[in-house]
Design a protein around this ligand. Structure first.
Ligand SMILES: C[S@@+](CC[C@H](N)C(=O)[O-])C[C@H]1O[C@@H](n2cnc3c(N)ncnc32)[C@H](O)[C@@H]1O
Length: 329
């Protein structure tokens, strides 16, 4: 279970504490219904300062957790990668810049592009108390992604939970701009069948433009998952703070955020390990793993107790991890 970094949690709690509970609850109902629709927006979904506080209290912990989990997989497969710049498009209140700095403390220069000025104001307020200088000093650019021409160069470009708000034409244009990047491109979406469809379409476009996949796919071949029957997604568990529970009217102390993602690079990546696609199934003396293999196929593998250290690794392996585990020694 991942905890939010203390500086982010404190900032979110402080932001929520100044808002009226009734206003947050009304805004929460509208936003959660709207986000579940996953249809392109013709006007910004976040419409007021109450909306952005609500978003930060009920969604930002989850989107932070998903982006961090995705970027951690890229970091694991590229151990020497120490990015110094990040460009975050559709940054909202800044979840992806907090996540990227948690994964890569080497980040120094961060730019967020966001259309809603209230989200920028709250994002800056949250960032004030950040331990990371990159987050504190982030440049927040008010404007629409569609109006950007060539994207500013950055070692990491993040686009998290944004594609669903764009039309298919806007998505294609944006992915084309991302494909021209020299850095790592990370796109994260809700872990729904339609979120996966957007990811796989972006993935195909990035590959066609010469990118190679860093994560989650251990290959840059066609996705082997049968379309329409299954979808590739992962989960990140985050603890809920009191403010988070209150905004959602939720009782559980944690939530599982399902997400789909693709991370690509124009460089040639290291050969990748297979990826675990489901919660590993444990039976007496056996662990069963559903894998996407680096040869581009789906495979079920069973690891038995007789395999000693490999079995112990399998028991510790989680949904979304590489297999066999990447040695850190
Ligand atoms: C669901 S929020 C995600 C925010 C943040 N990336 C996260 O992961 O928590 C989508 C954000 O994208 C922004 N957005 C959507 N379309 C945009 C556009 N065309 N230009 C700039 N920002 C946009 C919205 O205003 C909103 O803040």
């Amino acid at each position: 279970m991942a905890d939010l970094p203390r500086d982010l949690r404190d900032a979110l709690d402080a932001a929520a504490s100044g808002a009226s509970g009734a206003a947050l609850s009304t805004s929460f109902k509208r936003l959660s219904t709207r986000y579940r629709e996953e249809v392109a927006a013709t006007a910004p979904i976040l419409k007021s300062s109450t909306d952005v506080v609500t978003y930060s209290a009920y969604r930002m912990p989850a989107t932070f957790g998903a982006v961090r989990a995705a970027l951690e997989q890229a970091a694991a497969s590229r151990p020497g990668f120490e990015p110094s710049s990040q460009l975050d498009l559709g940054g909202g209140t800044g979840a992806a810049i907090w996540a990227a700095s948690a994964v890569w403390p080497s980040l120094k220069t961060v730019t967020v592009v966001e259309q809603v000025t209230e989200a920028i104001a709250l994002g800056k307020q949250l960032a004030k108390g950040a331990e990371s200088a990159a987050i504190r000093d982030a440049a927040w650019q008010a404007g629409r992604i569609d109006d950007l021409g060539t994207l500013a160069a950055a070692d990491v470009v993040t686009v998290s939970y944004v594609l669903s708000e764009l039309s298919a034409t806007q998505q294609e244009k944006l992915v084309g701009q991302l494909a021209a990047q020299r850095g790592l491109v990370a796109i994260i979406e809700p872990g729904t069948p339609t979120g996966y469809e957007r990811i796989v379409t972006a993935r195909d476009q990035l590959i066609a433009a010469g990118h190679s996949i860093v994560a989650p796919c251990p290959h840059s071949l066609d996705c082997p998952i049968p379309r329409g029957r299954d979808w590739c997604h992962f989960a990140s568990r985050v603890n809920r703070s009191a403010a988070h529970r209150q905004t959602k009217g939720a009782e559980l102390s944690f939530e599982d955020e399902k997400f789909a993602y693709v991370i690509s690079t124009p460089a040639i990546p290291e050969p990748a390990e297979n990826r675990v696609l489901r919660h590993p199934q444990q039976r007496k003396g056996l662990v069963s793993l559903r894998l996407c293999t680096n040869e581009g196929s789906l495979e079920d593998t069973i690891v038995s107790k007789r395999q000693g250290p490999l079995y112990r690794s399998a028991r510790d392996t989680e949904w979304g991890d590489p297999w066999p585990p990447i040695s850190t020694s």
